[in-house]
Design a protein around this ligand. Structure first.
Ligand SMILES: [Fe+2]
Length: 276
């Protein structure tokens, strides 16, 4: 059995007609992303939205977000980032199955034999990430409750360095706490974050770890701190995590899916079986 989990991140939706940083039409970018998800075959089982759904945030931004997500034909689950507000997000997305009725917006969604775990790493009023004690306890208990099942873990703030200094200072502060929990549970097959708007691959707690690209702007890949904090318009995309139930807790392969209209696909071979 194969499961397809699409991940989109850092949507930064503003009020209708407003541009992010006076330059980026994040609403149009999300609409193109939704179109790409809807036309992708085979259809993903679930879309994970890993934070920064809105930008400032306001109720009007959440209303705009809901309007833009309405055409999405795939069920989605969402956690906040540092640009979200827990209370507003709860009110805007009343159908999300959050595990706790107040505070952190953590959730678990079973997709067949796969558990999708979303952790709220936001800290109200701050840009950096931190997992609350209650979130860590909940995670450890959930992971310990069904040890035979596989799990993919999502949170907004990366628990590892990227080399982009002004982003790394906002990383998950208590990554060590998360690391020791993940190390105890071999059923975690992937740890994936957002926040940096770039497709990134790393290892964390001995597991593959990724950062999901954004549908809009990317954080500039400035590895020596030459630039002030900057963004760049790079090819937009999302991640498609493919889980194969091949052996043990299964294998995960993450594909980068670019958003847009590109030439192709064209067949390699002609009707006679020869290369064209
Ligand atoms: Fe963020």
């Amino acid at each position: 059995m194969t499961r397809l989990i699409a991940q989109i991140s850092d949507l930064h939706i503003k009020r209708p007609g407003e541009l992010a940083y006076g330059r980026v039409d994040t609403a149009a970018a999300l609409s193109r992303c939704v179109d790409e998800l809807n036309r992708f075959t085979p259809r993903p089982d679930l879309v994970v939205i890993s934070g920064d759904l809105t930008d400032t945030p306001t109720k009007k931004e959440y209303n705009h977000l809901k309007h833009l997500l309405a055409p999405l034909q795939i069920p989605f689950v969402a956690i906040p980032g540092n640009h979200d507000d827990r209370t507003m997000m709860r009110a805007a997305l009343p159908d999300q199955p959050y595990a706790q009725s107040t505070g952190a917006l953590n959730l678990m969604m079973a997709v067949g034999e796969l558990d999708i775990l979303l952790l709220d790493s936001s800290v109200p009023g701050s840009s950096h990430g931190e997992l609350e004690a209650g979130t860590l306890t909940w995670l450890d208990a959930i992971l310990g409750a069904s040890m035979g099942r596989s799990a993919l873990l999502f949170l907004h703030h990366p628990p590892f360095m990227t080399g982009i200094g002004h982003m790394d200072v906002q990383n998950l502060r208590n990554a060590n706490d998360l690391e020791s929990i993940v190390q105890r549970h071999p059923r975690v097959r992937l740890v994936s974050a957002g926040h940096v708007h770039r497709a990134t691959l790393a290892m964390f707690a001995g597991r593959p770890a990724t950062i999901c690209p954004a549908p809009n702007h990317a954080v500039a890949l400035d590895l020596d701190g030459r630039l002030p904090p900057s963004f760049k318009i790079e090819p937009p995309g999302f991640h498609l995590h493919t889980w194969f139930s091949s052996r043990g807790h299964g294998d995960v392969v993450t594909h980068f899916v670019p958003i847009g209209d590109f030439d192709g696909p064209h067949p390699f071979f002609g009707p006679n079986g020869r290369l064209l």
